[in-house]
Write a protein that binds this ligand. Structure first.
Ligand SMILES: [Mn+2]
Length: 298
């Protein structure tokens, strides 16, 4: 697939901006129904979809989610941006949750549909075609963080994985000139000064205590960059797997990730038939500013 800038124009018109799906094909089909889309992704009012990334990992059928979203994008009924989970696959990083991609059942929960070779090619081709940010007057969409400097750094480029690698090696070369840094300080430089990481997984800072996250002990924590006074433009983001019962609207930002990526774990607690109440797949209706949810049944 051909592609342009990593920062692209957001669709005009009325939108439904969908949070991190994480392989939960049942929740996605439910949500599209709740939003009023038919099975081919057509909406009677001409509304269109935007996906904030993190289509895969954790849930039961990542390949089905990618196929559905790629069809919607190809037919002009959706836009989709890169999340950190897509980026990890493009970078060929083996993560605790992406064993399904290479059929490694030792990684993951052992219940995910595995990708065959043609699916792998299709997934990489599609992810390699995706931008990292979408913008129109008054509204922006990113996976984790809109940072003006990082956006301008990626704007001239079209290859997110290549740009990621270039910045990793630049930062590595510059480290020796930065004086004494401990392991946490080094991690923070790689996180906060690589614009591809800044946009797809957000800024981090030193935490007071160690905590276990992403399969390892860490002493870095996420910065709540979205907190601040109301202003324009509004930024819609995902990534942060926020609790269902907490506010998701901030001064000038909306988080659309209501944690359906935790549903695989919730399934082990309440059974396959649900109902699932602590995790939701959500979409933000724009310009209505209303959240719509999956039915929590699958
Ligand atoms: Mn994410």
């Amino acid at each position: 697939m051909t592609k342009g800038s990593l920062v692209q124009p957001l669709f005009e018109g009325d939108l439904d901006i969908v949070g991190d799906v994480h392989g939960e094909i049942g929740a996605l089909e439910s949500l599209l129904g709740e939003l009023g889309y038919d099975s081919s992704g057509h909406h009677p009012d001409g509304r269109r979809l935007v996906f904030v990334g993190d289509l895969t990992d954790r849930g039961p059928d990542s390949p089905a989610v990618v196929r559905l979203v790629a069809e919607l994008v190809a037919s002009g009924r959706a836009q989709c941006i890169l999340g950190n989970h897509e980026l990890n696959l493009l970078m060929e990083y083996e993560k605790p949750e992406n064993g399904w991609f290479v059929g490694d059942e030792s990684r993951g929960n052992g219940r995910e549909v595995a990708a065959d070779e043609s699916t792998r090619d299709f997934v990489i081709d599609f992810f390699g075609s995706l931008p990292m940010a979408l913008e129109r007057p008054g509204l922006r969409v990113v996976h984790a963080c809109w940072n003006d400097e990082a956006i301008e750094q990626v704007r001239p480029h079209s290859d997110a994985a290549g740009l990621y690698r270039d910045h990793q090696s630049r930062i590595g070369q510059e480290l020796s000139g930065r004086g004494e840094l401990d392991r946490i300080g080094i991690n923070l430089v790689f996180q906060n000064e690589n614009p591809v990481r800044m946009i797809t997984s957000g800024p981090e800072e030193r935490a007071a205590e160690k905590h276990f996250a992403g399969g390892k002990w860490r002493q870095e924590q996420r910065v709540r960059w979205w907190e601040g006074p109301a202003s324009e433009p509004v930024c819609v983001f995902g990534h942060y797997s926020m609790p269902v019962d907490e506010p998701h609207e901030f001064g000038s930002a909306f988080c659309v990730d209501y944690g359906v990526g935790r549903r695989a774990k919730e399934r082990t607690e309440v059974g396959d038939d649900g109902p699932f109440v602590t995790t939701r797949l959500a979409a933000l209706r724009w310009p209505e500013r209303e959240m719509v949810f999956d039915d929590g049944a699958s």
